[in-house]
Write a protein that binds this ligand. Structure first.
Ligand SMILES: [Cu+2]
Length: 165
């Protein structure tokens, strides 16, 4: 249908600035906003690093972060920290809940994106592309700067099994 070609073209042009704007540390999809995304700077040779950010679900439907990917990492997992017998342990989780209308912080000592099989050492000042996948099927790609991150606070100087992220 010749008549349908023009509206389609217009729509793809209009969507272009939106997808470009997603490539920033702060990103916004219809159902999720991401702020303060950053990747932990690690010493050369470190096998892993972690990504942190603040996620807000402005909608009226509960969502969940169910996966992620990055060109930097061969493998990426969603993790949480839990206290087991007074020791902080890191656990893989299937999903990070993003309740409707709430803000969830991924931060040292709590939820984080764990990045394995690093293609290169993320050095301070570099930017890392991250793609987040929601249970709604939507995905969001952003660029997160590599920064020094303070280790999580440990009571009494105790070290967990996975300290440092
Ligand atoms: Cu972890």
């Amino acid at each position: 249908m010749r008549l349908s070609a023009r509206p389609l073209l217009l729509r793809s042009l209009l969507s272009l600035p939106l997808s470009l704007s997603l490539l920033a540390a702060a990103a916004q999809a219809d159902s999720l906003s991401v702020e303060d995304a950053h990747v932990r700077a690690v010493p050369p040779g470190s096998p892993t690093t972690a990504a942190f950010m603040t996620l807000t679900n402005p909608g009226e439907t509960d969502l969940a972060l169910v996966g992620g990917a990055s060109p930097l990492a061969g493998h990426l997992e969603l993790h949480n920290h839990v206290m087991v017998d007074g020791v902080m342990q890191m656990r893989r989780v299937e999903a990070i809940p993003l309740p409707a209308g709430e803000t969830v912080r991924l931060a040292p000592g709590g939820w984080h994106l764990m990045m394995f099989e690093l293609a290169a050492t993320p050095a301070e000042g570099e930017r890392v592309e991250l793609t987040l996948t929601l249970d709604s099927g939507e995905s969001l790609t952003l660029e997160a700067p590599v920064q020094r991150v303070q280790p999580m606070e440990m009571k009494g100087g105790e070290k967990g099994a996975h300290s440092g992220h």
